[in-house]
Design a protein around this ligand. Structure first.
Ligand SMILES: [Zn+2]
Length: 342
């Protein structure tokens, strides 16, 4: 049965165009003009993208299960207090799903690669905003509830999603002419909103002393999440361990896979922390915090999604007017010669 299915062949770094090459990954590349079928089939063979897909595709189902559990086990529709949690859980499903789709279909063409990762960046921005919406509702320390930071927190977070989707999408264009600028822009696009969203949490668990600090069982989960978030950022920025031994981690253990895994485990701890805060602080927050409305919970996420889709459209548009750039393989690969692409 399996012998009837011909799995696509894989290539070395020198056989694919530069735009498809990954730092310190030597082998396991898919054809840069793969068909959609080949992309799907490649998930069942070992390439340097296989685990990038599965490390986000499987957790998507876990997060979806968490979302459905909340929707069907609790009276969420009439309980406005739980709406921010729903928005957050939805964003937790969207970002790994968008990422697994991006890694699956990114080898179809140069355009597909750009557009796939534009959506990946947009989904990460949405997740960042989903986190901010729940932090505003459940995690903000008592001392800051109703304060000026709390008032402007969500509007600034929405602005940040637009800014960071723009920065991340733009970072794909100077990848070869100005690689350092590209790297700085992309790393900043993910770290800046994370740092901003977590200001109330950092204050609460690292700086606050005395009354109003909101010390409860959620704090240890918040610390685990924070440590994993920093590890995630470190892996993304440094390309370790493959930088130390190029070629040794092509298929299993390279930084992008570890980045995915740490990100997912971090999200899991973040989810636990939010759920504990939500339950433990419910009476106090219902009495003292601003009332949660549908517009307040869903509105920023809807606005942010529209902004990100608009930004993705603006960056995708110039990729489509002319004929597709050719992304063929070099002579010697048995197919064609390298050309094009950047
Ligand atoms: Zn990824």
């Amino acid at each position: 049965m399996f012998s009837l299915i011909k799995l696509p062949r894989v290539f070395s770094v020198h056989q694919v165009p530069r735009a498809f090459q990954e730092d310190s990954i030597i082998s396991g590349y898919r054809h840069p003009r793969s068909s959609a079928t080949d992309c799907v089939l490649s998930l069942f063979q070992l390439t340097n993208e296989t685990l990038n897909v599965w490390t986000h595709f499987l957790p998507t189902w876990y997060f979806l299960w968490k979302l459905l559990t909340v929707v069907f086990m609790q009276d969420v529709w009439s309980d406005a207090y739980s709406w921010p949690l729903l928005v957050y859980l939805l964003s937790c499903c969207v970002y790994p799903l968008a990422s697994s789709c991006a890694h699956t279909f990114s080898s179809m063409s140069m355009r597909a690669r750009h557009v796939c990762f534009f959506f990946d960046y947009g989904a990460l921005s949405l997740y960042s905003l989903g986190s901010a919406i729940t932090y505003s509702a459940y995690v903000m320390p008592d001392a800051w509830v109703n304060g000026p930071f709390h008032t402007y927190y969500i509007p600034v977070a929405v602005f940040n999603t637009a800014l960071c989707t723009t920065m991340a999408c733009y970072s794909r264009f100077p990848e070869f002419q100005r690689p350092k600028l590209s790297k700085v822009l992309r790393v900043s696009a993910f770290t800046y909103p994370y740092l901003f969203d977590n200001i109330p949490l950092f204050y609460r668990i690292f700086l606050c002393v005395g009354e109003g600090c909101t010390v409860n069982e959620a704090n240890s989960f918040h610390v685990y999440h924070t440590l994993l978030a920093f590890l995630t950022g470190f892996l993304f920025a440094t390309h370790l361990p493959e930088r130390l031994a190029p070629g040794r981690f092509d298929y299993i253990g390279h930084s992008h896979q570890l980045f995915h895994v740490c990100g997912i485990i971090g999200t899991h701890f973040q989810m636990q922390a939010i759920e504990v805060d939500m339950k433990r602080r419910r009476p106090w927050l219902l009495a003292h915090a601003p009332a949660i409305t549908l517009g307040g919970a869903v509105g920023p996420a809807a606005l942010s999604s529209l902004l990100s889709l608009g930004i993705i459209y603006v960056f995708s548009r110039p990729l489509f007017p002319g004929p597709a750039p050719r992304t063929e393989l070099r002579k010697g690969s048995g197919r064609a010669r390298r050309s094009c692409c950047h």
